[in-house]
Design a protein around this ligand. Structure first.
Ligand code: PGA
Length: 241
């Protein structure tokens, strides 16, 4: 694991965007795994700036998002489909047909999950996967449990995640109870992983992860310690607490 500690959120966002730009320069048809949530917003802003100011070209890039709520319309501002368009895709020259996000309204969700993993393989696998981390150690919606899913799956959200995510919804009752998420195996197959964490509320989980000596399904992010190319980028608040 490579650890990068940046002074603040701006530094972390720029560092993550710089790494992605480097990878895109090396491979213009990069397959990029993307995350939602508050953590990567600054990174997306930097990438948009690179596109507008330097012509960073997304026309050959393919993206796969980690997750989506089940039973939420794509047009719902809380859906990850909406987020990705609003925060990133509408501001760069990516082809909409090259952007993949799990469909939480697919008629056959089980089949859709299998097809999602198959599609990732078909596109050559994910080159760089961006991840946030939950306060409870989840990655994507792989929640702490006795067992973790290998492939893309439907999962029940934990009460703690429902509470944390309720900040985006009108009320806690509106937070969906289920989600589709890439599994730990789907994520671990990525060639390179960037895990980002900022702010004081991530400091406990980062401290636990950076101990680096044990893996546990109770701390799903710890499985990433087995990955041969993991870069953890944190700001000083997440690092020092
Ligand atoms: P956040 O979420 O970026 O909004 O903190 C991260 C996560 O829950 O994986």
């Amino acid at each position: 694991m490579k650890l990068i500690v940046e002074k603040d959120y701006q530094g972390l966002s720029k560092r993550a965007a710089d790494i992605i730009r480097e990878e895109m320069n090396r491979k213009p048809d990069l397959v990029l795994g993307l995350a939602t949530g508050s953590t990567p917003v600054g990174m997306y802003k930097e990438l948009i700036r690179f596109h507008k100011e330097e012509g960073l070209d997304f026309s050959k890039v393919t993206t796969f998002n980690l997750d989506e709520y089940v039973g939420i319309d794509k047009g719902n501002p809380n859906s990850y489909h909406y987020y990705m368009k609003d925060v990133f895709f509408d501001h760069i020259n990516i082809k909409p047909e090259n952007t993949y996000i799990p469909d939480g309204n697919a008629p056959d969700l089980e089949k859709h999950c299998k097809e999602y993993d198959r599609l990732i393989e078909e596109k050559g696998g994910i080159d760089v996967q961006v991840l946030g981390i939950g306060e409870n150690g989840h990655i994507a919606f792989n929640e702490p449990d006795d067992e973790l899913n290998v492939g893309t799956s439907i999962v029940k959200l934990t009460q703690s995640t429902i509470e944390v995510n309720s900040r985006f919804f009108d009320s806690i009752e509106d937070v969906p109870k289920f989600a589709i998420t890439m599994g730990i195996g789907s994520i671990m197959k990525a060639r390179k992983i960037l895990l980002l964490a900022n702010g004081i509320r991530k400091s406990n989980v980062i401290k636990e992860l950076l101990k680096g000596d044990k893996i546990s399904t109770r701390l799903p992010a710890s499985i990433l310690l087995l990955h041969p190319d993991l870069t953890v980028i944190v700001d000083e608040e997440a690092y020092n607490g």
